[in-house]
Design a protein around this ligand. Structure first.
Ligand SMILES: *Cc1c(COP(=O)(O)O)cnc(C)c1O
Length: 342
C-alpha cells in the first residue's frame, strides 16, 4: 500500500503554510484593503495563487479536474518542489535513467540529494531488471521518468512505467514536456489508478511559451496539497498566467503550429537519412531528433561556424547531436550545410 505520509519530510508534514490575504478572503467583489497593494495601476494586485482561471481552461482541454492540477513557474519548479517535499538533504535519494534531462541532476545537487542513474536499454526503454534492486531502498523517495525522453526523443514503454508505479513506494514523476508532439496518450488521466503518480507538462515547448515559465503538475489532491503548501504563494505572475490563458484560447493556432512541427520532423528525418555522414536517426515523439553522425564534435563545430546551433550530446550518447525542429527555412539551411560536410 502507498502511504504518502510515510515518505514526506517531517518538517513539511508539520508545516503551517503561509496564509495569503487571498486565502483568507476569497470573494471577488469589494474594497480590497487587506494585502498592502497599491490601489493604482493595472498590475497592482497580487495574482491568483491557485491560478484557477488557467486551471479551468486546462481542465476542459485535458479532461483532468482542477483539484488534480498544479501550476508551476515552469516544470522545473515542480521538479525542485518534489525534492524539497520528499527528500531530506544529505540523507534521501532520487533515481532517474540515463541518458535523460540534465535538470534532475542539478535539482538533486542543489537539494544535496544523491541521484542514482540507471542506464536505459538499447532502445532507450526502462530495464526493469536493472532498476528493481533499487526500489526497496528506504531512502529512495523519487523516480524521474522523462517520456518522451530528452535527449533520445522516444516515449518510454507503458510496461516500464507501470512496473515502477506498482513496485515503488515513493513518487514516480513522469516528465511529459514533449507529450504534445506524440500520439501516445498522457499519463495524466490515470491518477485514480496510481496514487504515487505525478505527471508534469509545460507550456514551454508545444505551446511556444518558454519565456513565460508556466509548468503543469497533475497528481492526487493529497499530493498537491503538499505542493501548494510549499510553493511560494504567488509563484506564477499574472502576466504569465494570462499568456497561458491566451494560448489556450488560441487553440487553432496551437494545433496548426504543432502539425507544422510534426510534419517538418518527418521531412528533416527523410533528408538527413540521405546524407553519408549521418549514421542513425533515433525514433522521435518530440520536437527534436537525436542524430548519430561520424563525428559529433566536427559536425557541431562546422554548424557553429555557419551560425547554426545544435546541441552536442556526444557525452550522453556516442557521436550524437540533438537537432530541434525549426521552421521549414531553418531546417532547409541546416540540411544544406550538413550535406556539404565530409
Ligand atoms: C524543456 C524541458 C522541460 C521544460 O521545463 P520548463 O521549466 O517547463 O521550461 C521539462 N522537462 C524536460 C525533459 C525538458 O526537456
Amino acid at each position: 500500500m502507498f502511504d504518502l505520509n510515510a515518505i514526506v519530510r517531517k518538517n513539511i508534514l508539520n508545516l503551517k503554510p503561509y496564509a495569503s490575504a487571498r486565502d483568507e478572503y476569497k470573494g471577488k467583489e469589494g474594497i480590497f484593503l487587506d494585502a498592502n497593494e497599491n490601489p493604482y495601476g493595472t498590475l497592482n494586485r497580487y495574482p491568483d495563487p491557485y491560478q484557477m482561471k488557467l486551471k479551468e481552461k486546462l481542465s476542459a482541454l485535458k479532461g483532468v479536474p482542477t483539484e488534480n492540477m498544479l501550476i508551476g513557474n515552469g516544470s522545473d519548479e515542480i521538479i525542485d518542489l518534489a525534492f524539497r517535499i520528499f527528500c531530506t538533504p544529505s540523507k534521501d535519494k532520487a533515481l532517474t535513467f540515463s541518458p535523460s534531462y540534465g535538470m534532475y541532476d542539478v535539482s538533486a545537487a542543489i537539494n544535496d540529494i544523491e541521484l542514482i542513474k540507471v542506464p536505459l536499454n538499447d532502445d532507450f526503454n526502462i530495464d526493469m531488471d536493472a532498476v528493481s534492486p533499487y526500489l526497496s531502498d528506504e531512502c529512495l523517495k523519487l523516480i524521474f521518468v522523462c517520456s518522451p525522453n530528452n535527449p533520445s526523443g522516444n516515449c518510454i514503454q507503458e510496461e516500464g512505467i507501470d512496473f515502477l508505479l506498482k513496485n515503488f513506494k515513493g513518487i514516480v514523476i513522469v516528465d511529459e514536456a514533449y507529450v504534445d508532439f506524440s500520439s501516445t496518450p498522457s499519463w495524466n488521466t490515470r491518477l485514480a489508478n496510481y496514487p504515487n503518480l505525478l505527471v508534469s507538462q509545460t507550456f514551454s515547448k508545444a505551446w511556444g511559451l518558454a519565456a513565460a515559465r508556466v509548468g503543469i503538475g497533475y497528481a492526487s489532491r493529497t499530493i498537491l496539497t503538499l505542493f501548494n503548501n510549499v510553493k511560494p504563494p504567488y509563484n506564477v505572475s499574472a502576466i504569465n498566467q494570462q499568456a497561458a490563458i491566451d494560448a489556450l484560447d488560441n487553440y487553432a493556432q496551437f494545433q496548426q503550429r504543432l502539425k507544422n512541427i510534426v510534419e517538418e520532423r518527418g521531412k528533416l528525418r527523410t533528408e538527413l537519412e540521405k546524407i553519408d555522414i549521418v549514421r542513425k536517426i533515433y525514433p522521435s515523439d518530440s520536437n527534436f531528433l537525436l542524430v548519430e553522425v561520424v563525428n559529433a564534435q566536427a559536425v557541431y563545430d562546422d554548424l557553429i561556424a555557419k551560425q547554426i546551433i545544435v546541441r552536442n550530446r556526444h557525452k550522453l550518447v556516442n557521436n550524437c547531436i540533438r537537432i530541434t525542429v525549426g521552421t521549414p527555412e531553418e531546417n532547409q539551411r541546416l540540411i544544406e550545410e550538413i550535406r556539404e560536410m565530409r
